[in-house]
Design a protein around this ligand. Structure first.
Ligand SMILES: [Zn+2]
Ligand SMILES: [Zn+2]
Length: 427
């Protein structure tokens, strides 16, 4: 329905918006300047706009010219606590804050999709919900927006949801990637505190030493991972911090360690969490120490619905050409709060290369790096991709409904079938 050239009239404005967002990045759930820029950029479009209560989100609904279901497009808007060293002319003017994950491109791209879809509003077979989301980088903004009703913003539950993420590395400019099933890992963070009884290093029999218990927990956890996760559905557990005591001859009262856990399926996630708690409590019991486990599940596994991933692949190929999208062989070990959306409704997540031409994608600084550069030219491409996905998905839903209607009429007899065909030709 859309091609790259459809974005040309908007490209300059969208790139200016992207650069303005980049100059003034904001962190977390409270992005008032970003929200104001988005509202200004959507001004004049025929949208039903609501703002978040617990966060500075923007939800916009576009009503299509024909009746049909609703689909959702998401763009995250928050930046990172990173001091920019990219060297671009529109670098961050806020010390210690940078759009190092490219969410400025997502925001501008989603604004572009709203303009494109509004320009063909009459041809849309249903409604589009635009989800402008703060707090992706650890604050669960998507979950808060779900709680505030974004999935039902059009009056009925959206039938599909799509999100796009730009990459400063790996993918050449303008090349898309997606896959069916798991696309991103689940990530958990865990803090374990072990408490015994302090004493003199010369008389451990009078103390309850937490140090050997901590050491045994760390190594036992690595064994637990290898004995729990399927080799083809792996898990990663790393203890990145361990502390106890302050002197060579004093047995400390307590000690602590912190770990990150990455998994790629809900089943392995559940098994590893259960194994973690079992092993740590078991070792604590064996040593006669007390243990406290603070197990925080950050984001679940991001899973693309197989049918929707196939739809994304076909639609992007149809819009941009076969050489512009490929199916990724493996998930990435990063994580995403769009996972909360995909836990509720079918949909898919896709990546878009934004590596500046002349830079080797294999060695370009990656997302989150202070030197990461995302090329402006990815913005109109993101807009066209998102707009195409929404329009084509609504069209597909209308086609399926029409086919179901004809089938039902055919079952009711030849006269009803002829009447149904006539009705549909007239509509
Ligand atoms: Zn990020
Ligand atoms: Zn990101």
């Amino acid at each position: 329905m859309f091609t790259s050239s459809d974005a040309l009239p908007y490209a300059e404005r969208l790139i200016a918006l992207r650069q303005a967002l980049h100059r003034e990045p904001e962190l977390g759930l409270d992005l008032p300047l970003t929200q104001a820029k988005v509202l200004a950029a959507l001004d004049g479009l025929p949208l039903e706009i609501t703002r978040g209560a617990g966060l500075t989100s923007v939800t916009a609904v576009l009503r299509g010219g024909r009746p049909g279901p609703a689909v959702l497009l998401r763009g995250d808007m928050d930046a990172l606590p990173v001091q920019e060293e990219s060297g671009v002319g529109y670098a961050s003017e806020i010390a210690g804050v940078m759009h190092a994950c490219g969410h400025d491109l997502h925001t501008a791209g989603l604004v572009g999709a709203a303009h494109l879809l509004a320009s063909r509003r009459d041809e849309l077979d249903g409604d589009v919900v635009f989800m402008f989301q703060p707090g992706e980088e650890g604050q669960r903004g998507a979950k808060i927006m779900i709680e505030e009703g974004v999935l039902d913003a059009a009056g009925s539950r959206v039938v599909a949801a799509y999100a796009l993420h730009v990459a400063a590395t790996a993918l050449p400019l303008g090349v898309f990637a997606t896959r069916a099933g798991t696309v991103l890992a689940a990530s958990d963070s865990v803090t374990v505190t072990v408490t015994g009884k302090g004493g003199h290093g010369s008389s451990p029999h009078l103390a309850v030493d937490p140090v050997p218990a901590l050491c045994e927990m760390v190594t036992a956890l690595q064994t637990m991972v290898t004995r729990t996760a399927d080799a083809w559905d792996p898990a990663v557990l790393s203890v990145g911090s361990i502390h106890a005591g302050s002197a060579n001859n004093v047995i400390p009262e307590s000690g602590t360690f912190q770990a990150t856990v990455r998994t790629f399926s809900a089943a392995t996630h559940t098994a590893i969490r259960a194994g973690f708690e079992r092993v740590v409590r078991g070792v604590a019991d064996a040593h006669g120490v007390q243990v406290e486990i603070d197990y925080e599940e950050n984001y679940p596994v991001t899973v693309n619905d197989a049918t929707e991933a196939d739809f994304v692949h076909r639609t992007v190929r149809g819009t941009f050409g076969a050489q512009r999208i490929f199916l990724a062989p493996r998930p990435l070990a990063g994580s995403e709060d769009f996972s909360f959306v995909l836990d509720e409704v079918p949909g898919a997540y896709l990546m878009l290369g934004a590596v500046p031409p002349g830079t080797d994608p294999a060695s370009a600084p990656m997302n989150h790096a202070p030197q990461a550069v995302f090329d402006d030219r990815a913005v109109p491409e993101a807009a066209v991709a998102l707009a195409s996905l929404a329009a084509a998905r609504l069209k597909q839903a209308a086609g399926l409904k029409q086919a179901a209607g004809l089938k039902q009429a055919a079952a009711a007899g030849p006269e009803r079938a002829a009447a149904a065909r006539q009705e549909q030709a007239a509509s």
